[in-house]
Design a protein around this ligand. Structure first.
Ligand SMILES: [Zn+2]
Length: 277
């Protein structure tokens, strides 16, 4: 048997990937030097202001090259954010990417569904370049969205709670599942490290019944089962509260997270204290 994990030509060619150590790189006047080799790049995040660590240069399926690099942020940049003391719950969904307990709905997962349809078409027509381009497009736009969302949350809140849902349990098609699962776990990972760095409390909570439970009276009067999947808004039969399905779920996730926080920390910091965690 032959190992083929770094095929260098033809349709099975591996994508380029070049790791480097912190000591091998320098950044000067908009160019990155790896050893003596200068690389021009589009610097979207202001590398000049940071101490550079190790990383790698990688190629995507369209032959475009990216640099992934660790940077050390100064302590000031980190502590700037930890003054936030509010908390928020997040419900990840199929229809919208995420709904927040504060009423923000971050769409649209529909974006992926549209690209998915285009992808299926390209696959049927055996247009390989188009399929690769669409894959890269989906991945990139998703990554951008996740970075923006996670950064905004970490700046705004002192505690963030997210449901532990997995897309495999929900999505109908294989493509949607894999894209959503990858997106959701990437989003949790981003939130985790951004929260760690900024001193923001972050916890995944069990989101069972978060959709069914009325966030006002806590009775399970909400949509349930397969018949309930299409219901986006509902009124509680017990207390009359009117709910957006996913925002209600996010509010329940927030409540569950707060309960755990109270159980875990006997004395909560006074309002205005720097950080919850
Ligand atoms: Zn109710």
């Amino acid at each position: 048997m032959k190992l083929r994990w770094r095929a260098s030509g033809g349709s099975r060619r591996s994508l380029g990937w070049i790791p480097f150590k912190a000591t091998a790189i320098r950044y000067r006047n908009g160019q990155l030097f790896i050893g003596q080799m200068p690389l021009s790049l589009w610097d979207s995040c202001g590398l000049a202001g940071h101490e550079l660590g190790s990383g790698n240069i990688s190629e995507d399926s369209r032959g475009r090259w990216y640099i992934n690099i660790c940077v050390k942020l100064s302590a000031q940049q980190g502590s700037r954010r930890s003054g936030a003391t509010g908390s928020v719950g997040i419900d990840l969904g199929l229809k919208d990417f995420a709904s927040r307990s504060d009423g923000h709905v971050v769409g649209p997962a529909r974006h992926y569904l549209k690209l998915e349809a285009e992808m299926a078409k390209a696959q049927r027509a055996r247009k390989k370049a188009r399929v690769r381009a669409l894959h890269a497009k989906i991945k990139n736009s998703q990554k951008d969205q996740l970075h923006q969302l996670s950064t905004a949350l970490v700046e705004e809140y002192g505690a963030i709670f997210i449901g532990n849902v997995s897309a495999s349990a929900l999505a109908k098609t294989r493509m949607a599942k894999s894209v959503l699962d990858a997106g959701w776990s990437a989003f949790r990972t981003m939130l985790q490290y951004k929260c760690d760095y900024a001193g923001v409390w972050f916890k995944e909570v069990d989101e069972r019944y978060s959709t069914q439970t009325c966030s006002c009276c806590k009775r399970r009067t909400g949509p349930r089962g397969l018949q309930g999947l299409g219901i986006r808004e509902w009124a509680c039969l017990e207390c009359g509260a009117y709910h957006h399905r996913d925002i209600n779920a996010a509010q329940n996730i927030l409540a569950a997270g707060r309960r755990r926080l109270v159980e875990g920390i006997p004395v909560l910091p006074a309002p205005g204290a720097a950080a919850l965690g």
